[in-house]
Design a protein around this ligand. Structure first.
Ligand code: F6P
Length: 762
């Protein structure tokens, strides 16, 4: 750095001096030229008036008169003297000062007398610099001699030297100040930030701070962002390596993003992974002149994003943001995540009518309530069904376009929006391996039977090679539905269906979160501190001793109203907790275009207000309802500060909030209260399981959670965290893709298989 400064200063001094001197040179030359022409003018004026007078005296023939005349002019400014010569260059009269210096007639006099014209020159006279003007003298039009007017020109040189001296001092001062200012700028804007950046990088490298805590690095900010990403990757790689080592030591085999990436690459051979879902992982929204990037509140996105991040591939989804079209290329593609691109997002555009009929209508007013059985009547409109079929075909075309050049592509279709897609794809690309994962429950055949298009839906799904549900009972319900609805052979022994010579395997794959565990002794101490918790409460404008947390899309299937009733009952039953326990409900408005959802949002708000009005005192209130979408980073502090997390879904395929809460609790504190009607309840037996319709039971669970011994909390939390660490989302994806890649693609079933299937069906 010092060397850089020295080089910089030397270059600056050299550069500034060179530029200043060039300017000075031209200035001095100009000045000199001005002084010279000024002197010339002055000599001419004097010479002409003197010549007239000399000619008159010459006429009179008086040498003494001439001598007197020249002496009168002897004391003019800068005038060295005048001399008069006759036609033979003999001196006639001269001023005394000039006489001492002029030993011979100047060349200009000779020239003037010969040519009869004025002559002048700057010349040297001994050590002096002089200006000589020679004029011819006439008598009756005859040249009789010459007049020399000699000026001292030394002052011109002196003047130039003075200008040079002043300029030199000015250049020196300039160089000094410019160098000083440059040094200060270098120190403030370069050396300072570089030193801070170095300290920050060192702290990052040694893991003392998080890469989010970036100091003010001025113009190095873009560079710092890149370094932060690099450091993040490095940290991830380091903790993955530590994990691997720990697991090898413990003889465990855990799923990590790296392991999934390797496994999927091996399984795919030269092929690629394609995911199709309605919801996209990133939504671009216009916000005035800038673009907002939003990760939508979706369990599906939470689960699949880390998988695609690990394995690359293409994710095809509905482009739902109002600025989505502004950021895609000519093929409607973009690489994401935007700050660290790892896979391709292909956006599919839907018209308002298509979105209305397919998404809001058939998928969310028909299939969603049909599968959730949460006492909201499903609505089946023929026009919605029409749109649902068209949109499934539209996604098929987009997918076919993406896989056109890919042999044996592996396609993972997601959710109830695309029941028809598996068959549509297989008809066009029998070499594709197609799985569909159904993220919501599958009800019993009687319940499903009210759907007028149940046969088409089941037939569409059976086009897949593999159908995944979260839990076994959803698989069973599906197979029972198949048995009743379409002509096929259900193999209950192997959980598969044979229809029109195509076999579909049906399996449970409990989805999970991106949790590879950080259960080192060091991390156990990273619980939420009292100070952080107080700051969180202060931010909410309340005071409380205990905190509960709920995080949901505002959906009737989540049981938010039932949850609030249970909180009210708890405070009623255990008044000692009034003024002590506050429940924070983070509620992301969802599908509000549908009246049922729109009304529910208002109901949830009104319910919270009613309960608050009933119990609220001073700075305490029982429910804080935060009605907006929160990012994962915003939610994390609430998870970590909470004494309990309430998940009271009336029916749920899995519920990832329960697992996210556990993943966030590296301090091994906090209690999970979980609805028995979630898929997660099958795995998380150490949660306090409740029937959300039973208000008293949930109220009691809140008390039990708050009064549970710390040791018990810890051992429950340890067991559940171990489970989600071992059954994380990488394992989910790994299992799903492995199973799919093992599927035999021959369309003709071997005879033995057929016999086995028919025997077991009988
Ligand atoms: O599986 C249900 C699901 O797709 C979840 O991923 C998510 O919680 C929810 O529905 C999202 O709904 P939407 O995409 O309609 O906002």
């Amino acid at each position: 750095m010092r060397l850089l400064s020295v080089r910089l200063i030397i270059s600056l001094i050299f550069g500034i001096t060179l530029v200043s001197l060039s300017f000075s040179y031209y200035q001095v030359i100009g000045e000199k030229r001005g002084l010279r022409s000024d002197l010339q003018r002055r000599a001419e004026v004097l010479g002409e008036s003197l010549a007239g007078n000399v000619e008159k005296s010459w006429e009179a023939g008086s040498d003494r008169g001439l001598q007197r005349l020249v002496q009168r002019f002897g004391n003019r400014e800068h005038l060295l003297g005048v001399a008069i010569y006759d036609r033979q260059n003999n001196l006639v009269a001269i001023t005394p000062e000039l006489e001492k210096k002029l030993v011979a007639p100047p060349r200009e006099i000779t020239q003037t007398i010969e040519q009869g014209q004025e002559a002048y020159a700057f010349a040297r006279l001994g050590r002096d610099s002089v200006h000589i003007l020679a004029l011819p003298l006439h008598r009756q039009d005859q040249i009789v001699g010459g007049l020399a007017v000699v000026h001292d020109a030394n002052y011109i040189r002196a003047q130039s030297l003075r200008v040079w001296r002043e300029l030199f001092v000015r250049v020196l001062v300039q160089v000094f100040f410019i160098a000083l200012i440059t040094l200060l700028i270098v120190r403030w804007s370069i050396t300072g930030p570089i030193a801070r950046a170095a300290q920050w990088m060192q702290a990052l490298r040694t893991g003392r701070i998080s890469f989010h805590q970036m100091p003010d690095l001025d113009m190095f900010r873009p560079l710092a962002r890149e370094v932060a990403t690099l450091a993040e990757r490095l940290n991830q790689a380091r903790s993955a390596a530590e994990n691997e080592a720990r697991l090898r030591e413990a003889g465990e085999s855990m799923w990590t993003s790296d392991r999934l990436a390797v496994q999927i690459r091996t399984r795919l051979g030269g092929s690629r992974l394609f995911v199709v879902s309605n919801r996209e992982p990133y939504v671009h929204r216009r916000n005035g002149k800038s673009l907002d990037l939003v990760v939508p509140p979706s369990g599906l996105v939470t689960a699949l994003a880390p998988v695609l991040n690990a394995c690359d591939g293409t994710w095809i989804a509905h482009g739902s943001g109002d600025a989505d079209a502004e950021v895609v290329d000519a093929h409607d593609r973009l690489r994401v995540p935007p700050d660290d691109p790892r896979y391709t997002l292909r956006r599919v555009w839907l018209s308002k009518e298509e979105e209305e009929g397919y998404y809001y209508g058939f998928a969310n007013e028909g299939l969603w309530p049909l599968c959730h059985i949460a006492h909201t009547r499903p609505l089946f409109r023929a026009a919605d069904w029409q749109h649902y079929q068209e949109v499934n075909r539209k996604f098929m075309l987009a997918l076919l376009d993406e896989i056109a050049a890919i042999p044996k592509p592996v396609v993972l279709v997601q959710d109830y929006h695309f029941a028809l897609l598996p068959r549509l794809i297989k008809e066009k690309r029998p070499d594709a391996r197609v799985a569909i994962f159904w993220h919501i429950p599958w009800p019993n055949p009687e319940a499903f039977g009210i759907c007028p298009w149940q046969r088409q839906l089941v037939d569409g799904l059976l086009g897949a090679d593999l159908i995944g549900f979260h839990i076994q009972s959803h698989c069973n319900n599906f197979l029972q539905t198949v048995d009743r609805v379409v002509e096929s052979r259900v193999d209950w022994e192997h959980f598969s269906v044979l229809r029109q010579d195509h076999r579909t395997i049906v399996r449970p794959f409990p989805i999970s979160v991106d949790f590879t565990g950080d259960d080192t002794a060091e991390n156990h101490n990273h619980g939420f501190s009292y100070i952080e918790r107080s700051a969180l409460l202060r931010g909410l404008g309340i005071e409380a001793t205990f905190i509960g947390i709920g995080v949901d899309r505002v959906d009737y299937a989540e049981g938010i109203l039932e949850r609030f009733l249970a909180i009210e009952r708890f405070l009623e039953k255990y008044p000692a907790y009034q003024g002590q326990f506050t429940f924070v409900q983070i509620g992301a408005p969802s599908r509000t275009h549908i009246k049922r959802y729109h009304d529910l949002l208002a109901e949830v708000e009104a319910q919270a207000e009613r309960i608050n009005w009933r119990f609220q005192t001073g700075k305490w209130k029982p429910i804080v309802f935060l009605k907006r979408h929160h990012s994962h980073t915003e939610i994390a502090p609430y998870y970590r500060a909470a004494d309990l997390c309430l998940v009271t879904s009336l029916h749920d395929g899995m519920n990832l909030v329960a697992k996210e809460f556990l993943a966030a609790r590296s301090d091994e504190r906090g209690v999970l209260i979980l609805s028995q009607f979630t898929g997660a309840a099958r795995e998380l037996r150490d949660a306090l399981l409740v029937n959300p319709y039973d208000i008293d039971q949930t109220a009691e669970a809140i008390r039990v959670a708050l009064e549970m011994e710390p040791e018990e909390k810890q051992s429950r939390m340890q067991r559940m965290r171990k489970l989600i660490r071992e059954h994380n989302v990488y394992r989910w994806a790994g299992m799903l893709v492995s199973e799919l890649c093992e599927v035999r693609l021959d369309t003709t079933e071997p005879e033995t298989e057929k016999v086995r299937a028919s025997t077991s069906a009988a």
